[in-house]
Write a protein that binds this ligand. Structure first.
Ligand code: CAA
Length: 260
């Protein structure tokens, strides 16, 4: 399918999804978020895609936030609808069966930081900048920032970022656990592809079930989360890849996983 504000490319088992509105530093308007929701449905159905990399087009920005020009004249109802569209789409991304790596190549502000936080793994270029500057616009974070940021970095640091609107650099984002690794701008995509290919080489169903246990389990109490983990673990014994993985280990050879 053709998209106006997104580019979807496939490189073997890896899909690279690029938010493509460089003139607005890839800011998210309703059309872009709606396209994102559609492409996620497409990716979710495509069993040839094992890992998704999400990035922003151009040299400057991952995503510089929700589109301020489109929000300026919102009334209360439109504001609620926009937040709900972002919530539903980012949750769809978070629950996509395949893992998603954010390759954060520049500004990840407001809705851009929130989009990155809905990905499973965040890699940043050393030029990346992070923040939730909504309070500088008279807004609150509206695409999950007040919820995912405290869960990722703790309530104190999240409150500081959400109350001041301060922008932090990639090293600070690394220090507080917002990103897993920082690379030079030139090597970011290469490193993202390397990681994606390492994940794609593992048993696909086991990776997807691990993701499901992490994403669903972190929102449950420990007893329910462990019960869910037991179900996920049990399901792996219905896969051919489990037989192949354990057999290959005992035969001292590399497993050949077929995603079944
Ligand atoms: N929405 C709409 N347009 C945006 C945008 C945004 N979030 N961010 C940047 N742009 C546009 C600019 O208006 C500008 O367009 P023109 O060339 O047509 O004037 C173009 O992108 C380039 O931006 P700048 O000239 O501002 O570039 P800069 O290098 O001087 O500054 C920046 C870069 C610091 C990222 C700055 O653009 C900026 O502060 N952007 C806004 C960041 C922000 O506040 N994001 C939060 C939005 S609110 C939100 O996200 C709510 C939510 O949680 C749902």
């Amino acid at each position: 399918m053709e998209y106006t504000n997104l580019i979807l490319e496939q490189n073997g088992a890896i899909a690279v999804l690029t938010i493509n509105r460089p003139k607005a530093l890839n800011a998210l308007n309703a059309d872009t978020i709606t396209e994102l929701s559609t492409v996620l449905d497409e990716l979710g159905r495509d069993s040839s895609v094992k890992v998704v990399i999400l990035t922003g087009s151009g040299e400057k920005a991952f995503v510089a936030g929700a589109d301020i020009s489109s929000m300026k004249e919102f009334n209360t109802l439109e504001g609620r609808r926009f937040a709900q569209l972002g919530h539903a789409t980012f949750r769809k991304l978070e629950l996509l069966s395949q893992p998603v790596i954010a390759a954060i190549n520049g500004f990840a502000l407001g809705g851009g930081c929130e989009l990155a936080m809905a990905c499973d793994i965040r890699l940043a270029s050393e030029t990346a900048k992070f923040g939730q500057p909504e309070v500088t616009l008279g807004l609150t974070a509206g695409f999950g920032g007040t919820q995912r940021l405290p869960r990722l970095v703790g309530t104190g640091l999240a409150s500081e970022l959400l109350f001041t609107g301060d922008i932090i650099d990639a090293q600070e984002a690394y220090r507080i656990g917002l990103v897993n690794h920082v690379y030079s701008s030139e090597t970011l995509m290469e490193e993202a592809l390397k990681l994606a290919n390492r994940i794609a080489g593992r048993a696909p169903k086991a990776v997807q079930l691990s993701k499901s246990a992490i994403q669903r389990g972190t929102n449950m109490d420990l007893d329910n989360a462990q019960a869910y983990e037991a179900e996920v673990f049990a399901l792996t014994f219905s896969t051919q890849d489990q037989t192949e993985g354990c057999t290959a280990f005992l035969e001292r050879r590399k497993p050949v996983f077929e995603g079944r």
